[in-house]
Design a protein. Structure first.
Length: 141
C-alpha cells in the first residue's frame, strides 16, 4: 500500500507498507527429510576429503621436469614416499611439529576472532521441526 501526501508545496512524502505471511508446520509435524546429493553424499565427501591429500602427494612425488608424469615415475614415487616414513620414529620425515603449531595457532586465531569481533545474531533457514538455529554474522551483507 502506498500513499502520497504533500508536506510542503514542492515535497512529496511516500509511505510503503508490506505484509508477509507464512505458516510453520504444526507441532510434531516435520518437513520432508532432505537427501544429500552433492558430491554423491557422505561417501563422495569422504572420498574428496581423504583423496585430495593423497593425490597431491602422488603428483608431487611422481611428476618432474625431465619425464613429466610417467607411469614408471609413479612406482618410484611410491617407494620414495615409503622410504621417507621411518616409523616408529616421532612421525616420519613428512611431519613437523612447527607446522602443527602454526596450524593450531591459526585455528585459535580464527576462534578468537569469532568470539571477540562485533557481530549480530541472525536466524538460519527453517528446520524440519519448524525452529530456526541462531548464528553469529559479522559480515557487512
Amino acid at each position: 500500500m502506498s500513499t502520497e501526501t504533500p508536506t510542503q508545496p514542492n515535497e512529496v512524502r511516500t509511505t510503503i507498507t508490506a505484509k508477509a505471511e507464512f505458516t510453520l508446520p504444526a507441532k510434531g509435524e516435520l518437513n520432508p527429510r532432505s537427501k544429500p546429493t552433492e558430491f554423491f553424499g557422505p561417501i563422495g565427501t569422504a572420498a574428496v576429503t581423504f583423496g585430495t591429500p593423497f593425490t597431491a602427494y602422488a603428483l608431487f612425488y611422481a611428476c618432474n621436469e625431465v619425464d613429466g608424469c610417467s607411469v614408471s615415475g609413479a612406482g618410484a614415487a611410491l617407494s620414495k614416499v615409503l622410504s621417507t616414513l621411518d616409523f616408529p620414529s616421532t612421525a616420519g620425515k613428512l611431519f613437523e611439529w612447527k607446522a602443527l603449531g602454526v596450524y593450531c595457532a591459526w585455528y585459535a586465531w580464527c576462534v578468537l576472532c569469532w568470539a571477540v569481533l562485533p557481530q549480530d545474531w541472525i536466524e538460519g533457514n527453517l528446520l524440519r521441526d519448524g525452529t530456526r538455529k541462531k548464528y553469529k554474522m559479522n559480515g557487512e551483507w
